[in-house]
Design a protein around this ligand. Structure first.
Ligand code: E4P
Length: 218
């Protein structure tokens, strides 16, 4: 399972990239707005740090402008993945850009029916938003289970499932259990993945006992 980082914060991406577990990055207009920086500059900088797919989202809502924006974004770097919303125009843009050899991430997917359409449109990735479904009392991971089952039944579908809107470690663990291709995780949830109180407690005890020996390894 690939790990993407869900942020446009270059400092955080650099820091996490040092762990060697960053396979790609996803951004969206809200995440870019938070940085207060120029969109193209941010995407170019991220692409210079991470060699895997870096999602950059179009801002237009009509297919011809989405396609023009997508081509411009793709020119920033070879690994730019153009992100389009799951709308009729978004799927038209997906088909055109995919046929041109550009990676496309179809975002804002909230149903299995939408995921089928993304695959039919030749998307490289489809992004179902599990956290936002949980937020409205639906079960986000149920949707992932459904999409996994549907895609497994249709080998012609080459689209990778990219679990998005991840809020906590169980979204990641359950995604791994279901065999999804990619999970995009915000830096805050990545920190939660590392943390366990017994790890901290155990380390404290080891360090205390080690100090008592008066020894040093170096
Ligand atoms: C995915 O590509 C989106 O950028 C992201 O996962 C949305 O997450 P949110 O629901 O936390 O905003």
């Amino acid at each position: 399972m690939k790990f993407f980082v869900d942020t446009a914060d270059v400092g955080k991406i650099k820091d996490l990239a040092e762990t060697g577990m960053v396979d790609g990055v996803t951004t969206n207009p809200s995440l870019v707005a938070k940085t207060g920086r120029d969109f193209s500059e941010v995407i170019a900088e991220i692409c210079s740090i991470v060699s895997g797919p870096v999602s950059a989202e179009v801002a237009a809502t009509d297919a011809p402008t989405m396609i023009a924006e997508g081509r411009k974004l793709h020119n920033i770097a070879e690994n730019v993945t153009v992100k389009v919303p799951l709308t009729v125009d978004g799927l038209k843009a997906c088909r055109t850009l995919s046929d041109e050899g550009t990676m496309v991430n179809v975002t804002l997917c909230f149903s299995s029916a939408q995921a089928i359409l993304a695959a039919k449109a030749g998307a490289t990735f489809v992004s179902p938003f599990v956290g936002r479904l949980d937020d409205i009392g639906s079960n986000g991971m149920e949707l992932i289970r459904d999409i996994c089952e549907i895609y497994a039944n249709h080998t012609a579908f080459k689209t990778e499932i990219l679990v998005a809107s991840v809020r906590h470690p169980m979204h990641v663990v359950e995604s791994a259990r279901l065999g999804v291709d990619v999970v995009t995780i915000p830096p805050s949830a990545i920190r939660q993945l590392y943390n366990h109180p017994l790890t901290d407690k155990g380390l404290d005890a080891f360090l205390k006992d080690w100090a008592g020996t008066g020894q040093s390894i170096l």
